[in-house]
Every structure is written in C-alpha cells, then in structure tokens.
Design a binder for this molecule. Structure first.
Ligand SMILES: Cc1cc2nc3c(=O)[nH]c(=O)nc-3n(C[C@H](O)[C@H](O)[C@H](O)COP(=O)(O)OP(=O)(O)OC[C@H]3O[C@@H](n4cnc5c(N)ncnc54)[C@H](O)[C@@H]3O)c2cc1C
Length: 390
C-alpha cells in the first residue's frame, strides 16, 4: 500500500488548526492539506469550553496587535466567512472589558493603557466614581479605578470554529477524523504522521495545533515543550437582581472575572494557583459556593442571592516558561511548526496566528510579525514576559 502524501498536515482541528487551514488554503488553493482531529464533537477541546473573550488590554504590544486584528476579523466575520449565501452567526458582543485595579496595580495598568492608546486602541482610564455611575451595583470602595476597553467583548466560539472549518473545507482542505499517534521524523526533519486508524501519511510540513495535548504529541518527535494542561472552571449563574444592561467582562484585582451571558445569566470564573495540572474535566460547585461566591457578593452585594445553573471545566495549555504563545518552526526539527502554549488567550489569537503561520510556511510577506513568540526562546531559556521584558 502506498503512503498518502500531503503538502501540509495539521494535528488538531480546534480553533488553531482550523484557522491555520483556512488561511493556508485561502492563500494557496492548490495545497494538499489535511487536518487530523480525533473528536469532531469538540467536547473537550479548549475552544468550545472557553469564555470566548477578546480584548486589546494586554501589556505586550504584540498581544495587543494580535487582538486588534482579531477584533477587525470578528467585526467582518459573518460577511467574509459566508459560504455562498450562508452566513455564520457568531453573536459578537462588544460589551467591553473592565479591568479593576487597586493601588498596587495602578502604575502597571496606566503604563499598559498608554501603550494600547499609542497603538490606536480605544481604551480609557475610569475613576471609581465613573465605574459606580456606569455600574451602580458595583461596590468600588478600595479601588483606584479601572481600564475600560469598549471594543473588547465575547462571541460564540463554537460558531467561529465551525465557520473556519467549513470555509477551509470549501477551499478543499481535508478534515480527517482520526488520532495522531506519532510524528514521523527522519534525522532532524519531520516527514509525516502515523494515524491510529489510517496509518502513515507523508508531508514535509507538520503543524502541531494539539492544544493542551501538544506536549504529548511533540515528544514523539523528540521535542520537549514547556506546555502543561491545567484545569480551569467556569460557572453560569442566575442572579435574583439583574443589572439594567449588559455587564462588561469585569476583572477584579484578585483575578475573579464575570460578565453577562445570554439569557439574562452571568458567567464567572477565576484561575487559581491550586488548579490541578492534568487531563481532568470535573467541576466543583463547592469552589463556587465557598470561595468565588463570597468574593463576588462582596463586590456586588446584590448578587448574594443567585442560582448556580451549571458549570464546566476546560483546559488551559499553559506555557510554563512565560505564559505566552509559542509560534513558529522548531529550530531543531525542519518542517515541524508549533502553535502552542496559548495559556488562556488562544481563541482570540487564532486569526493572527493562523495568518502568520500561513505566511511563514508559504514564504510570503509577513503582515504582522510574531517572531517574538518564536520557539527559539525555549531552547535558550529566555522567557518573554507580558510587558516584553526578557
Ligand atoms: C475555561 C477557559 C476559558 C478560556 N477563556 C478564553 C477567553 O476568554 N479568550 C481566549 O482567547 N481564550 C480563552 N481560553 C483559551 C482558549 O480556549 C484556547 O487557548 C484555544 O481554544 C486553544 O485552541 P487550540 O486549537 O490550540 O486547542 P483546542 O481547542 O483544545 O484544540 C486542540 C484539538 O486537538 C485535538 N487533538 C489533540 N491531540 C490530538 C491527536 N493526537 N490526534 C488528533 N487530534 C488531537 C483535540 O481533540 C482538540 O480538538 C479559555 C480556555 C478555557 C479552558
């Protein structure tokens, strides 16, 4: 039996794999490209379990630019991603992100804000009085203020994923339902994949888009990534008292976040130091009742009466080196490209990363240079912090 050959094989068909497939096929329609996804229901993919937020409010300029592009893409998404007359409905709601800060966080927040404004972002400093005026339910005592980005917001992550996938397929990308068991290499060159059912596939270019499972599959090529799955939990609440209008994604100095969800509900979460590493998807209502609810009710006393409607757990692919994306060709393995370690903000980074990878692989002019996220820094152990200090 002859081995099937491709130009490009992508491991994982979540938002990264599907977006990369779309941008590649859009630029080079003759490519023979396949995306290998073991679970087309995406039940455990981070993409469909995320809070689906996009924000320009980062303190590393490249992360801000990535989100500026994402917002521009999302604003036009329903038109540009239509197939024939069929438009995807992604429910992009630009209800804003409000990062609250106390004295300790004020200088850093103001510095990041100046940088964001310098890049043309709409983002402003809000005093505690302004916050109280806009959102009277909030208890602003002890806060120095906050930064508000009116263009930030949330969207239907599943719909965006399905649209990238459908559009990539309409451009002749293949989606194969199978598990990649190994990356095949010849000395220091990637040459294909071994699939659990279909067996071997050959290609000179492989992209690892396996999300929280990226490390497991990279090691089969002898590549060790500092990427670890960490469980994060989200809760959906029905509060007795409702705000007058939508609440922005509001982030407390402690990291607790909440925002309006459709149907008059509230979505809430918090990354915690004790969040376990590993592939666990169980969620814990005790965490909500004993820790998160008291914290929420202290900030919004009106939310002391509510119903916990549901919850879920998903995985962050945490880059333990520096919490930033790892994007580019692995320096010691020709043809093995990475789009990994997004650490909680990969959904909004998929358009820019997908486009960048397509330009890099096809050797085309780079629109937004993301080489700062290159994997060389792993080998040289040079972390890239959020404010760009190395
Ligand atoms: C609770 C939570 C909240 C989040 N909130 C946000 C947010 O507000 N904004 C934001 O931008 N990001 C957020 N994120 C992060 C975001 O969801 C991820 O960074 C992003 O979805 C990663 O996409 P991906 O395609 O890399 O991974 P995934 O969506 O996990 O896709 C990887 C795919 O690879 C497949 N796969 C893995 N191994 C194999 C194999 N060997 N063979 C075949 N298939 C394989 C998996 O089945 C999976 O479908 C959040 C994540 C969580 C868990």
């Amino acid at each position: 039996m002859t081995t099937k050959s491709f130009d490009i094989l992508i491991i994982g068909g979540g938002i990264m794999g599907s977006a990369a497939a779309y941008y590649l096929m859009e630029k080079e329609p003759h490519l023979k490209l396949a995306v290998i996804e073991r679970d087309p229901t995406y039940a455990r993919s981070s993409t469909t379990l995320s809070a689906a937020n996009v924000r320009v409010q980062f303190s590393l300029a490249e992360n801000v630019k990535i989100s500026q592009y994402a917002i521009a893409v999302l604003e036009r998404f329903e038109e540009t991603m239509a197939i024939e007359e069929e438009k995807p409905r992604i429910h992009f709601r630009q209800e804003g992100n409000l990062f609250l800060v106390n004295e300790t966080g004020q200088a850093a927040a103001r510095k990041a804000l100046v940088m964001q404004q310098g890049l043309g972002c709409q983002a402003d400093w809000w005093s505690p009085e302004k916050i109280k005026k806009q959102y009277p339910l909030y208890h602003t005592e002890g806060l120095s203020g906050g930064t508000f980005g009116p263009k930030d917001g949330h969207f239907d992550a599943h719909a965006v994923l399905m649209a990238y996938k459908a559009k990539a397929r309409s451009l002749n990308a293949q989606f194969i339902n199978d598990e990649v068991s190994r990356i095949k290499v010849d000395k220091n060159r990637a040459i294909g994949l071994e699939l659990a059912q279909l067996g071997p596939l050959a290609a000179p270019c492989i992209i690892n888009c396996a999300g929280a499972w990226a490390t497991e599959i990279a090691i089969t090529a002898g590549v060790t990534l500092p990427v670890m799955p960490v469980k994060r939990q989200v809760f959906v609440l029905d509060t007795a008292v409702k705000a007058d209008g939508p609440l922005p994604l509001t982030i407390l100095p402690s990291g607790l976040y909440f925002r309006s969800e459709t149907g008059g509900l509230l979505l809430l979460g918090k990354s915690m130091d004790e969040d376990p590493a590993g592939f666990s998807f169980t969620w814990d209502d005790k965490r909500f009742m004993e820790i998160l609810w008291p914290e929420l009710a202290e900030f919004v006393p009106a939310f002391d009466r509510l119903k916990l409607v549901r919850g879920w757990a998903g995985l962050y692919a945490v880059n333990t080196l520096d919490g930033n994306a790892i994007v580019g060709e692995w320096p010691e393995m020709k043809g093995l490209y990475l789009a990994n370690g997004f650490s909680g903000h990969g959904l909004q980074q998929a358009p820019a990363v997908g486009r960048y990878l397509s330009e890099l692989i096809l050797n085309q002019p780079i629109t937004l240079d993301l080489s700062i996220f290159g994997p060389e820094r792993i080998l040289t152990n040079r972390p890239l912090s959020e404010d760009g200090l190395v």
